[in-house]
Design a protein around this ligand. Structure first.
Ligand SMILES: Nc1ncnc2c1ncn2[C@@H]1O[C@H](COP(=O)(O)OP(=O)(O)OP(=O)(O)O)[C@@H](O)[C@H]1O
Length: 261
């Protein structure tokens, strides 16, 4: 058997919400999607087009109704709930808009969470959390609770948590949504360096073409399917940015005309 060259592969991925109910709604229609190791993918699309559904279903947060998702060669639907939890902590790092930190836990406890399922000694956990927090400039805050920290500090804690287990894949859903431009820029630089220096694969959702222009591949989702893809390849960041803007305005134009026929 030959190993797939893809770090992530979705085949005929279909998501139906409220299946067999009156409100049955097919949010994703048999999507095929492949990711090679080291790619930096940005997903865009109108509100309600299925971006979050897509990202949740390719990252074990949700399980597809039909079709398959393989991450590092492992079929997500063949894992038990317990295996999924462990697999997620060991392979995936999540950076979400609202950071998802637990207010009942200190920053130290929040950051160390992905290591709690791994067989790592308390001393090693302590050292790794402190090293990571030091790099992010929040070592002095490790005993505080998230509500005692600023937005930027919480964001850095969430990034520490996402990276502490050295995931091969980072999943980011509107990661800069709640940040000012300085913090957004810092987060992008962190992601870019992880991608370029450490070869981490990144799959991100953003509505901002400027942020999308840091990616190596652009994917536009519309009505639950992939409507456009664009490889940056030899384009300069400016040219790539311009093409992303063009696709967005063309698609918004079509959407506008559809609603004003
Ligand atoms: N739990 C759910 N039950 C039923 N329908 C849902 C559920 N979650 C999402 N949907 C529907 O599926 C479609 C896709 O939603 P999704 O959240 O993936 O869109 P999105 O592109 O991420 O939107 P936005 O940019 O507004 O966050 C929408 O029409 C939404 O109403």
């Amino acid at each position: 058997m030959t190993m797939s060259q893809y770090i992530l592969e979705a085949k005929k991925l279909t998501k139906i919400y409220g299946i067999h109910s009156q409100n049955e709604f097919e949010a994703l229609h048999a999507l095929d999607f492949q990711v090679e190791p080291g790619e930096f993918i940005c997903i865009m699309g109108p509100s309600g087009s299925g971006k979050s559904t897509f990202i949740n279903n390719i990252s074990t947060i949700d399980i597809p109704t039909k079709g398959s998702v393989r991450i590092q060669g492992v079929d997500v639907r063949e894992m038990s709930a317990q295996e999924i939890g462990r697999f997620r902590y060991q392979n995936l790092g999540f950076v979400f808009q609202d950071f998802n930190l637990l207010d009942t836990h200190t920053l130290f406890e929040n950051i160390s969470m992905p290591l709690s399922l791994a067989k790592i000694s308390k001393e090693d956990i302590f050292e790794r959390v402190h090293d990571m927090a030091k790099n992010m400039g929040i070592e002095h805050l490790l005993k505080k609770y998230p509500y005692e920290c600023s937005g930027g500090q919480r964001q850095r804690a969430a990034i520490c948590r996402a990276l502490i287990a050295q995931p091969k894949i980072i999943i980011a859903d509107e990661p800069t949504g709640n940040l000012d431009s300085v913090n957004s820029h810092e987060l992008l630089m962190t992601l870019k360096s992880l991608n370029e220096q450490d070869g981490v694969t990144i799959i991100m959702v953003s509505h901002d073409p400027m942020i999308a222009s840091y990616s190596s591949r652009f994917v536009y989702i519309k009505d639950g399917h992939i409507a456009e893809t664009l490889q940056r390849q030899e384009l300069s960041q400016d040219e790539y940015f311009q093409k992303i803007v063009d696709i967005n305005s063309l698609e918004s134009r079509k959407l506008f005309e559809k609603h004003h026929d």
